[in-house]
Design a protein. Structure first.
Lengths: 251, 202
């Protein structure tokens, strides 16, 4: 049976993980490669590395980091941030990434999703969508959630799936960082309407929230950052809990 | 031990090379028929689409080279599918080592809608051959695929997805193949690559 995936997400700036990280005794918790290895050994099913640097120099460092991650770990990983054109995708895949995630770039240039799917295959293209539940419904946001786009979450998700995205990574800006759980109703609607996997992102504060995302939200995978980084939830314990709850996970 | 990785227009070759490095193997990446024929072990990896890949292999003369290999060969993902007789993907004839036709997952199963591609970790069961030494039924490996090889006598592992129990690994003569990606399957996958490199072959 296909397992539900648990995915830690690491923010990287100039080759270093940002946000304080204190969950394991690493020689260097700021090194994304060390951290990625530690998560992999703890049983993470995939990893996501987001490049939050905006400079050309930072991009170069990030690409070098991708090569080092690829050499060090034996599980799939996705990279995102700073991807604007096909050449960026080629560069990151050549460095060893398995998938790339696109956010604002896809909304600005939807054809990029088609181009990536055609050139590298759908499995490479993760469409990341940030959305907020406004008074008039779920709407997409770009630029780190500052600008509303006149596209509803569900319309845009259907469009990127049709254009060839292999997975949807859905972050609710109302839930992200609040630690009160994932937006299960919206997740379930996305998951049921689309024929590609949906990754729940943002909102995890307790183990139960993951179980709910899978059972109520019908998510195929769940992503979190700080609860893992700060050791509030340990991946082996989370997976054992999910297993005890009757949810299929890789132990 | 001289391990060759077939160089062709499919993605993911660098993941295979990285994984081989981790088990202490320095492979040669080549599309030269002479180098391939001289290797002790050959890995035919990939991630891609059947029609274009077959056209490319034919143009390079690699189709006949691969068919004629006598040493242990490991096909991975599209590599497994291309070693079959025919693929529904683009309705294309393939290399014909395994007497199977590659099918697309059905879009619905008795349990409801089937998400395609299958992406993620699934179990392998009914393991046979030394390729799986040290592993057990129920171990998880990483899959990314929309097409599958139906169960047959050549199956050496089974996996179930979308209501279908299919051959997730195959063996015939000197040819082995896995639908999953051992190079992305953590320690289980590294063990499979190690087993392949150390297969007894006479």
């Amino acid at each position: 049976m296909l397992a539900k995936r648990i995915i830690p997400c690491l923010d990287v700036k100039d080759g270093r993980t940002v946000k304080g990280i204190n969950f394991v005794n690493l020689r260097d918790a700021g090194d994304p490669v060390e951290l990625g290895k530690a998560y992999s050994e703890q049983g993470a099913d995939e990893l996501v590395f987001l490049d939050i640097a905006a400079t050309h120099e930072g991009r170069k460092t990030f690409t070098d980091m991708v090569s080092r991650v690829a050499a060090a770990i034996s599980i799939p990983f996705t990279v995102g941030g700073g991807i604007h054109e096909l050449a960026d995708v080629a560069r990151l895949l050549e460095a060893g990434a398995d998938k790339v995630s696109l956010n604002s770039a896809a909304l600005r240039n939807p054809q990029l999703v088609n181009d990536i799917a055609e050139r590298f295959g759908s499995q490479v293209c993760v469409a990341a969508i940030d959305a907020r539940h406004d008074a008039d419904g779920w709407y997409c946001y770009v630029n780190g959630g500052r600008i509303r786009v006149e596209r509803t979450l569900f319309d845009w998700a259907r469009e990127v799936a049709n254009r060839g995205a292999g997975e949807i990574l859905f972050t609710s800006m109302d839930h992200d960082g609040v630690k009160q759980g994932f937006p299960n109703e919206a997740l379930a609607r996305l998951s049921d309407e689309l024929s590609i996997p949906v990754i729940a992102s943002g909102g995890a504060g307790a183990k139960e929230h993951f179980a709910d995302a899978f059972r109520l939200g019908h998510a195929d995978a769940a992503l979190a950052a700080s609860v893992f980084h700060f050791g509030e939830i340990k991946i082996p314990e989370l997976k054992q809990y999910l297993h005890n709850e009757g949810i299929c996970v890789r132990l | 031990m001289n391990v060759a990785v077939v160089k062709y227009n499919a993605g993911n070759i660098c993941s295979v090379i990285n994984a081989l490095h981790r088990i202490g193997v320095e492979p040669t990446v080549t599309d030269s028929p002479t180098e391939l024929a001289a290797a002790d072990r050959i890995i035919f990896p990939g991630q891609g689409e059947a029609v274009n890949t077959m056209v490319y292999l034919h143009e390079k003369g690699l189709d006949d080279v691969i068919r004629g290999l006598k040493q242990p060969v490991l096909g991975i993902c599209i590599g497994q599918q291309l070693l079959c007789t025919h693929s529904e993907e683009g309705n294309t004839p393939c290399l014909g080592i395994f007497d199977s036709c590659v099918c697309r997952f059905p879009s619905t199963s008795p349990e409801g809608k089937v998400k395609i591609p299958q992406i993620g970790w699934n179990t392998i069961e009914d393991l046979r051959t030394p390729l799986f030494d040290g592993l057990k039924d129920g171990d998880f490996v990483y899959f990314v695929h929309s097409f599958y090889v139906p169960d047959s006598a050549a199956a050496i592992a089974h996996t179930t997805y979308g209501g279908v129990t299919y051959a997730s690994a195959l063996h015939h003569r000197n040819f082995y193949a896995t639908q999953f990606h051992p190079e992305k399957s953590g320690d289980v996958g590294l063990r499979i690559l190690h087993n392949f490199i150390h297969l007894c072959h006479d």
